[in-house]
Write a protein that binds this ligand. Structure first.
Ligand SMILES: Nc1ncnc2c1ncn2[C@@H]1O[C@H](COP(=O)(O)OP(=O)(O)OP(=O)(O)O)[C@@H](O)[C@H]1O
Length: 594
């Protein structure tokens, strides 16, 4: 029989093995302590019985030394129980923290090795978010710990305690277990109710969190205030919160009634167990000491059973879905490919490339063929959604699940490892990052494999015309960390400097210039063309004044390469480019850029 890779048993075994691999000797120590805790608990009940028996017999036997020995044994066992319990807690938290870090590292490494296009898939992003939550709440460690404790603590406890009770009366362990069945059923029903509640509440909670952000988050608040959106978002936030509270309250009420009814049945079971004990004592089948020890231990036994059900069944079954999601993600196929040496004199060649985003039914690119020669600057223009950025991502080797063929610097992008492809490629994209770090780090982060080259940082900042006087290389660029913020335009120049700092033979500017006016952008791009002389480059923009000096211009339309040629050739063609140029020419009329 073949085991389902994501079935409960497989996942329990896999997660426990991972837990042990990460915790090593500490994990073995934790389980040994769990066995000793279980044995100490049973030993405590037996020692209590012996102690009570010794007291009841003291009048007839006068055996004081035996009584003292029983008392000392009991005291020793109780002390051992406390020490073992503390040790167990210590080991659990020690392993939890160190394992959480190790699982998190595995997870981050895995994300780093997944194909870039995976991150365009919203269902994947949702799964990754849930896997992150699973790690943050230490669910993997807790789940492994619960499963292992089931073996090393609860089973050992039940065998040892059950054996003791069975010796007193074979019916006693049976009654205890039967009287606990309603509690098990109750927990299962509660679990279902709460899982349903969680499924209903999850999207509502995310939405409410989002509305809260629109009011208080730095990214949103300016627009929210300016547009007078506070009341609107606040109302949505309150409505969401009310629905969440109502749902929770209804479920809690249902669960409380259920718990109360089942509690009565369990209480009756407890009563029956006491009656049996009483009967056994009266008929001299068990000693008074045995009655006293089991009677005092009954509530402890019940709370242990309750613990098993709530920890193992309830928490365990809630967590398993998260754990399965985590391992499914960890099993996702990674980017792979051969090594090799890139040769950028061979340029970049795309042949009949088509691409559809994961989860999308419409192709973003259809049959695009394009060659970029060494030292050539290609501009890509086209309307919103025409496929410019997608084409760039494929030409730089970021996406590899396309149809057709792409050869980057002599390497087939589907067969070559991305690390090889990215060597020699640099880029600045629309949503470039504003790192909350120093100016120096913000630039040098694009080439962390080399030692920081300060003169190169200054040079690229100059080339990108970054001229913010109030900062130096060590200035922290974030008001949140007592630093300064830059204007949108300066951030864009800084992003271009970052792109130039990285060693490259092929560079892409994918519209990082929206915060710069059209004339300034055109000037910057013309300057850029001089900087990247002898290197292949791509400029993506909507503003045609910036692309006039490109060696060739590619016009994208609905995922297809509609036109290609120099500015003059495309104007002469009187096609899409010529129409776009006519529409924009007035932007540049009074400037000497074009
Ligand atoms: N993550 C995604 N999932 C599904 N479809 C996407 C995704 N990203 C882009 N698309 C779609 O692919 C097509 C091409 O998008 P792309 O971003 O390449 O266009 P673009 O020309 O760069 O647009 P813009 O000028 O607005 O940046 C569009 O129809 C877009 O809706």
């Amino acid at each position: 029989m073949k085991l389902d890779r994501y079935g409960v048993l497989s996942i329990v075994v896999r997660n426990s093995v991972q837990y042990f691999k990460k915790a090593k000797l500490w994990g073995a120590a934790e389980q040994c302590v769990a066995v000793l805790r279980a044995l100490a608990l049973t030993a405590g009940i037996i020692a209590t019985q012996r102690f009570f028996d010794a007291i009841t017999e003291i009048g007839s036997k006068n055996n004081y030394s035996y009584l003292v020995r029983c008392l000392l044994t009991l005291a020793f066992i109780i002390a051992a129980q406390h020490i073992l319990s503390g040790l167990g807690q210590y080991l659990l938290s020690k392993i939890s923290y160190s394992n959480m870090g190790k699982f998190m590292t595995d997870f981050q490494r895995k994300l780093g090795r997944l194909p870039a296009e995976t991150f365009e898939d919203t269902t994947f992003l949702d799964k990754a978010e849930r896997a992150k939550e699973c790690l943050e709440y230490e669910s993997l460690g807790h789940f492994a710990s619960v499963c292992l404790q089931l073996l090393t603590y609860y089973i050992v406890l039940f065998v040892s305690l059950g054996h003791y009770l069975f010796q007193l009366s074979p019916i006693l362990p049976f009654v205890l277990i039967v009287s606990f069945i309603p509690a098990i059923l109750g927990q299962l029903m509660q679990m279902r109710i709460f899982v349903k509640l969680e499924n209903e509440n999850l999207p509502l909670r995310r939405q409410s969190e989002y509305y809260k952000k629109t009011i208080v988050d730095r990214k949103f608040y300016k627009e929210t205030r300016m547009l007078g959106g506070f009341q609107f978002f606040h109302k949505l936030f309150i409505e969401g919160l009310q629905t969440l509270t109502q749902n929770t309250w209804k479920t809690e009420r249902k669960a409380a009634i259920l718990k109360f009814l089942l509690g009565i049945i369990t209480f009756l079971g407890l009563g029956v167990s006491i009656l049996i004990l009483f009967q056994l004592t009266i008929s001299n089948d068990i000693s008074v000491g045995a009655f006293a020890s089991v009677f005092t231990a009954l509530s402890q036994i019940f709370s242990i059973m309750d613990e098993i059900v709530s920890t193992c069944l309830s928490q365990g079954s809630e967590t398993i879905a998260q754990v399965v999601n985590f391992y499914r993600l960890m099993d996702m196929e990674e980017v792979s490919g051969a090594g090799g040496d890139s040769d950028f004199t061979k340029g970049i060649v795309a042949e009949n490339v088509s691409f559809t985003y994961p989860g999308s039914s419409k192709a973003a690119l259809h049959n695009v063929s394009l060659t970029i020669n060494k030292g050539e600057t290609i501009a890509i223009v086209g309307e919103n959604g025409s496929g410019k950025s997608t084409l760039v991502r494929i030409l730089t080797g970021l996406y590899s699940t396309y149809d057709g063929k792409v050869i980057i610097a002599g390497q087939d992008s589907k067969m070559t490892h991305p690390d090889v492809l990215y060597t020699g490629i640099s880029g600045v994209f629309q949503n470039y990052q504003r790192y909350k770090m120093t100016l120096e780090e913000n630039v040098s982060i694009s080439d962390t494999k080399q030692a920081v080259d300060y003169s190169k940082i200054n040079k690229v900042l100059q080339k990108a015309e970054f001229n913010e006087k109030k900062v130096n290389l060590q200035s922290m660029l974030s008001p949140e960390y007592n630093g300064v913020d830059l204007s949108g335009g300066q951030w864009q120049r800084l992003a271009i400097a970052r792109g130039l700092y990285r060693n490259h033979s092929f560079i892409i500017l994918d519209e990082p210039t929206a915060a710069i006016d059209p004339i300034e952008e055109a000037r910057l791009y013309n300057h850029f063309k001089q900087i990247v002389k002898n290197k292949s480059s791509i400029i993506v923009t909507h503003r045609l004044g910036s692309v006039r000096l490109a060696d060739r211009i590619v016009v994208m339309d609905q995922g297809k390469l509609a036109e290609i040629g120099t500015h003059e050739e495309l104007l002469a063609k009187k096609g899409k480019y010529a129409a776009m140029w006519q529409a924009q020419i007035k932007w540049y009329e009074k400037s000497d850029v074009i």
